[in-house]
Structures are given as structure tokens and as C-alpha cells.
Design a protein around this ligand. Sequence first.
Ligand code: DGP
Ligand code: NA
Ligand code: NA
Length: 211
Amino acid sequence: MSAGKRGALIIFEGCDRSGKTTQSRLLVKHLKSKGLSVLAMNFPERSSSIGQVINSYLTNSKDLPDEVIHLMFSANRWEHMNQVKQQLLEGTTLVVDRYSYSGVAYSAAKGLDFDWCYAPERGLLKPDAVFYLRAPAADDLANRGQYGEERYEKVEFQGRVAKVFDKICSKEASYWHQLDASQSVDDLHAQVAGIAEELLPKVANQPIDKL
Ligand code: DGP
Ligand code: NA
Ligand code: NA
């Protein structure tokens, strides 16, 4: 990519098992096949010391107050922001599996105040696009593989998470793309790829915003 052109920050959001991981992998592969510089990322990023605490929490080997784990998820994003910014400025597009919106949705679903949940996310880099993979009903996702192994993977809780994502989606409609997670992998990918291909040249000369 030519000097001065930045990459795009593209996020996948949605409930557990909504297909984010599959779709983000397919998008990375697709953009690479076009000769673009692109990297995959995943939050929580479990390898850092904060990430290891989050992993222990998610696998139920550690308990923490809701507020404390909320701030740790946020800190896990903050600890990677310099690297993310650097890569974007170098012209690399980042395809990220979950971001601040999961932070808000999962904690607000527990009953924490929405604005309180959003506060520590302010100042993080603002995505250029969010693909929200929305399932028509939360129990559709429960039938997919491995559901139920980690802390949040319960139908009733996921339903509450979905409601918060819906609320954020209607507020942030300018850069959120709500997509039907129940369609085929190929159909979903075709939609995602189309939107991403249009987005990349548009943002290449735009400044990076903050949340
Ligand atoms: P994943 O590795 O994408 O399956 O995410 C693991 C779980 O953690 C999943 O149930 C969603 C949840 N999660 C992801 N990010 C956050 C966050 O920032 N805050 C909270 N409370 N949960 C999150
Ligand atoms: Na999960
Ligand atoms: Na993830």
C-alpha cells in the first residue's frame, strides 16, 4: 500500500457462536487474496498477564466482582492500542473478533449500568465498521458446537446480551452493519466481503477517530 494510506479497523460482534470467528477468518483470507496487508486479532487477547486472568475467569477457575472483570477486559484492549494504531498507520487492515461493544453488552447484561460500562472504552480507537452477526433467537446458537463450556454460554444470558447489542446497533447505525447470522456461511461472507471492499479505499485517507 502507498505511503500515508491507513488500514481499516473492522470489528465482528455478536453473541457466542454467532459465527464471528469463521467470518473474520474468511474476511482475512479474502482481503489477503486481493494482495492487501491484513491481520486478524481477537479480544479478549488471552496471552498477556491481564489476558490470563480473563481466561481463568471465563473458564470458571477464578471468580472476580463484575466491575473488576469489566475493567480487566477494557484494560486488555487498552494494552494493545498502541500496536493497533501503529499497524493501521502502516497500512495494515485489522479484522478483530470482538471489541468494546462486547465489553458493554456482556457487563450490561449482568445488570451493570450501561454508561458506566461504556466509560472505560472511551478513547479507544473507533472502528471503521462493525459487522454485527445477529441471530433471530439466542437459542438458535445454543445448538452450534461447544456451546456451554464457558461462563457466559447460557441461552438466557445470551438473550440479554443480544438485547444490549441491538440497542448499541440502533445508536451506532452509521458504521454498524447488522447481518443475519442464520444465513449460510457463504452468503454471510459475500455480504461482509462486499462491504469491506467498499470501505477500505474510503477510509484510507481519513483520520482514525476515537470512541
Ligand atoms: P471469545 O473468545 O470471543 O469467545 O470471548 C470469550 C467470552 O468473553 C465470550 O463469552 C464473550 C466474552 N467477552 C468478550 N469480551 C468481553 C468483554 O469485554 N467483557 C465481558 N464481560 N465479556 C466479554
Ligand atoms: Na465464546
Ligand atoms: Na473473540
